[in-house]
Design a protein around this ligand. Sequence first.
Ligand code: HEM
Length: 405
Amino acid sequence: MSDATAAAMRLFTPEGRANPYPIYATLRAAAAVFKTPFGGWMVTRYETVDRILRSSGFRTPRGYREANDPAGPPRYDPGTALALHRRHWLIFQSGDAHTRLRKLIMKVFTPRAVRALTPRIEGLVDELLTPALERGSMEVIADLAYPLPATVICELLGIPAADRDRNRAWAAVTASTIDPMCTDAQIKAAVDAMQEWDVYIRELLAERRRNPGDALLDAMLAVEEDGTTFTEDEVAANATFLFLAGHETTTNLIGNGLYALLRAPDQLERLRSEPGLVENAIEELLRFDSPVQFAPRVAVERIEIEGAVLEEEMPILLALGSANHDPARYDRPDELVVARPDPKPISFGGGAHFCVGAALARLEAKHAFAALVTRTKAIELATESVVWRPSLTLRSLTELRVTLR
Ligand code: HEM
């Protein structure tokens, strides 16, 4: 077995999840397009990842499989709510179907609507941080990194605050199906969770049809453009997708980002002494430990890329976290430098599927980190080691305990 193959096998183990970056370095050195031992290909160099994201020769995979699917037999019944939702999730659409749905979502997800959230986000950060400051300690994920984006996306979508944690539980189980190495047990749990989540969302939609408000769900139910509207299935599916995409990733940016700063105390102090660096620091934190590590693609038709021949429909994983550490693109990539000139991470993807929520995520992180450094004199890790959740695509800590002064 080659070094690269052995390294790739370690990626999806607890060791790989704890620190995938040395493994990516081995893979980057081995080949631009690498055939993985677990099926399909992986791309780890920045330039190739960026090119494929923007190429019309590749598309995102479909979110479900039919009986005779070239990717193999379905892992769960195509009639389940999980298959139905994934069939309509924006991320798994391509071509005209993607353009149409994305245009409709962008219409109700305007930069103006995001900017208007600023006072609410500031208020929430204050509300969440104040009790932790009084206590002198906090579990960053439960006390700030999760409730901030989850509350915001609930309010944006029109999901009642009292239902936030139920939606989180369904989302956490469902999200595991995004990982390329998810197990049969994870799939079974996701099928059951989505069944419940679907019933919940459709009841909520019925209620909002009776009593419309001015949230995203209402807009999605009402939106019409050139005679096109969302179907009920599309609204339900993209409600679950937007809830999932809208909180989990930002939780990880705040959690992974603060953890990175705590391990580079000089950088934390630099940010504390120059809070004006916060927006640049967030780009660097996105680069340093990307909340989303992989973007999946398939070849539209047989294609040769960097000497590798990919058959039609052949899956290829774009390793965003690795591209962000490519020494051909970044000077001293494994160092966290909050004042790094123009970090430009690839963490929100690129091309047709570039993250819809990038501006919102940046705004939430900006206020969270600004408050953390301006309202404390010191933040210290209150744990010797941390535990990463068993998914690498969505890179997240189970908890992060700190003391605050
Ligand atoms: C730090 C936080 C976030 C990160 C790192 C992130 C990352 C990403 C990435 C890498 C993609 C592209 C995946 C691909 O090309 O395969 C993506 C797509 C997407 N993201 Fe985010 N995201 C974040 C926050 C958000 C938020 C807050 C929302 C919603 C409110 C959101 C909604 C979406 C949607 C809807 C897509 C699909 C776009 C499409 O397929 O056209 N994301 N995100």
